[in-house]
Every structure is written in C-alpha cells, then in structure tokens.
Design a protein around this ligand. Structure first.
Ligand SMILES: Nc1ncnc2c1ncn2[C@@H]1O[C@H](COP(=O)(O)OP(=O)(O)OP(=O)(O)O)[C@@H](O)[C@H]1O
Length: 294
C-alpha cells in the first residue's frame, strides 16, 4: 500500500511539534525516518498508526475501511505480558487481531522462525534479553502480514549482531511490505533504505531516494594530478585542501560546484596530467551532521 501524507500538524500544550508534514511513499519502499532527538519522529509514527490524532492534515490509507488491519507497529518501547511465553503472547496477540484460528498456529510458527525465536518459543518473556524482546515485538508486528509496517527505533537496543539480523529480516520482507522506520543508526539506514525522510524541529527538511539525497548534497570533489606541483597554492582560491601523494603528485579537494571548470582550466593552463577526477560520495551520517548543524 502506498502512503500519502498531507499537511500534518500537531501541537502539545500550544507547542508545535509537527508542522505541515507532507510526503509520499510508494508501495514496497523501505523508508528511514531520521532526525535529531525531539524532531518529532515518534509523534509522527504514532499519528501514522492511529495512536495519536493530528490537529490537521490527511493520511491517505486512513480513509479506507479496516485500514488498521493493514498496519503493523513496533513502538519504541514495546510492552509485553512477561508471564507469558513468546508463543503464548503471539497466540494471544493473533486472537486480538482476529486472525483466523485455523491459520494462527502456523502464522505464529512462521514469525517465530523469521525472527529467530523458534528455540525460545516456550520461554517466559521475563527471561528475555532486550534484543529478544525487540525480535518478539517485530514478530508481533508481522503476525497479521500487514502491508504497512511502522517501526520506532527498532534497532537501538540491539548489539551489532542483533542489528544485522534485524536488518536482514527487514530486507527479506521489504518486497511485499512498505516499511517506515525511525532510526539513529545511519549506517544501517544507508544499507537497507530506498528512501529517506529527514525531520528537523517538526518539519520535513529533505526527502527522496537515498542515493540521490546523498549525492545531491555532496559538493566535494577530488582531483589527483601528476607532474611536479610547482605553483603557489595560496593563489588557487577554489582549493580547500591539498594532500601531497608523493613528490610528483597531489590530491586536491574543493567544495564548490562552480569551481569545477576553473580548476580543470587551471590544470590545462599549467600542463598538469589529471589522474583522477571525482565527486566524493558522502555518507548518510555526514549529510545528517551537515543538515543538523545548519
Ligand atoms: N505527550 C506529549 N506531551 C507533550 N510534549 C510531547 C509529548 N510527546 C512528545 N512531546 C514533545 O514533542 C517533541 C517531539 O517528540 P518525539 O518523541 O516525537 O521526538 P523524536 O524525534 O521521536 O525524539 P527521539 O529521537 O529522542 O526519540 C519533543 O519536544 C517532546 O518533548
């Protein structure tokens, strides 16, 4: 299912927490919702899943009948009945979700398997580690095979192995499920997401395809040249930094799109051989830092 969100606004005690948030997510996309602490990510997710009402705005799927059945949600701090076993909890949640009784047992077995909890299915939840609880939360969110999956910081409590497993699970379901998840682990987000939604102080400051988002933001170029480097570098205003690679070659970086022609011209005039010329690829983390600092 696709998601169209239009002009969502939300205030708490006269304080604007979300302002005019609009975006569109195509069916089957995996979207990372990123932003600094307090940006409004949890508030937005709670509105998307219907736990909170927005003050204004529209969400496309909420206009359809039974839309809640299409949604799976893993909150930031999932809650469980600790005296139940993992299997009992999932059977209970399945009944609450009105899953057909004949199908429920096999669905529970499937999600236990896909979240790596089959061997722990008969253990009481109170003995589960944080990572196991997070997996169980995901199993619960997936049980009724939702077409929209919302996850609020699903990997923040996990160790690197748990994070990797969790990301693999998301990769395996992303073909048939539209996923929106908030995260501060930008390295993982970069690996798995198709799109990014960047929230800052309650407003979307950037959105789009991850690859485009990262490369458009990059303004740093690197040029490697050979020959002796005899020129007074201080006269080259466009150069940001120079690294001598060896006695005869250097690597220059500069950060202004407009300087590209000037720099190449400069190389030609001075008969320098260009070994390499490329736009540097940024990481999502470096883009995040830049945007947050602005
Ligand atoms: N129920 C509430 N009552 C009053 N203010 C609230 C409420 N819920 C959230 N806020 C405020 O709204 C702002 C956004 O909070 P939210 O939890 O949505 O941010 P977040 O981006 O998820 O943050 P984090 O990354 O720290 O989880 C914060 O300033 C928070 O204090």
């Amino acid at each position: 299912m696709s998601i169209y969100v239009k002009n969502i606004t939300k205030s708490f005690q006269n304080r604007n927490v979300l302002q005019d948030v609009s975006f569109k997510i195509e069916k089957g996309r995996c979207v990372a919702l990123i932003g600094p602490n307090g940006a409004g990510k949890t508030t937005l997710l709670n509105i998307l899943v219907g736990l909170l009402d927005s003050d204004q705005g529209e969400i496309s799927y909420q206009k359809t009948k039974d839309w809640k059945k299409e949604i799976g949600f893993l909150p930031q701090i999932p809650s469980f009945y600790n005296w139940m076993t993992a299997k009992e909890f999932l059977l209970f949640m399945g009944k609450v979700s009105q899953i057909d009784t004949l199908q429920l047992k096999s669905k529970v077995a499937d999600v236990l398997e896909s979240t790596g909890l089959t061997d722990d299915r008969n253990r009481k939840i109170q003995g589960f580690s944080g990572g196991m609880k997070q997996r169980l939360g995901l199993a619960q969110a997936l049980l009724h095979e939702p077409s929209l999956l919302f996850l609020d910081e699903p990997v923040s409590a996990l160790d690197p192995v748990g994070r990797r497993d969790f990301m693999n699970i998301l990769s395996s379901i992303k073909e048939k499920t539209t996923i929106v998840y908030s995260t501060h682990i930008l390295h993982d987000a970069e690996e798995i997401s198709d799109n990014v939604l960047f929230l800052k102080q309650g407003s979307i400051i950037a959105q789009g395809m991850l690859e485009q988002f990262i490369s458009q933001t990059s303004k740093t170029y690197t040029l490697k040249i050979s020959n002796d480097f005899p020129y007074d570098l201080s006269t080259c205003s466009f150069i940001k930094s120079v690294k001598m690679l060896d006695a005869k070659s250097a690597s220059l970086t500069f950060q202004n799109e407009g300087s590209k022609e000037e720099l190449l011209q400069w190389c030609l005039i001075h008969h320098l051989d260009i070994i390499e010329f490329k736009k540097e690829k940024l990481t999502l983390e470096s883009v995040f830092m830049e945007e947050v600092k602005k």
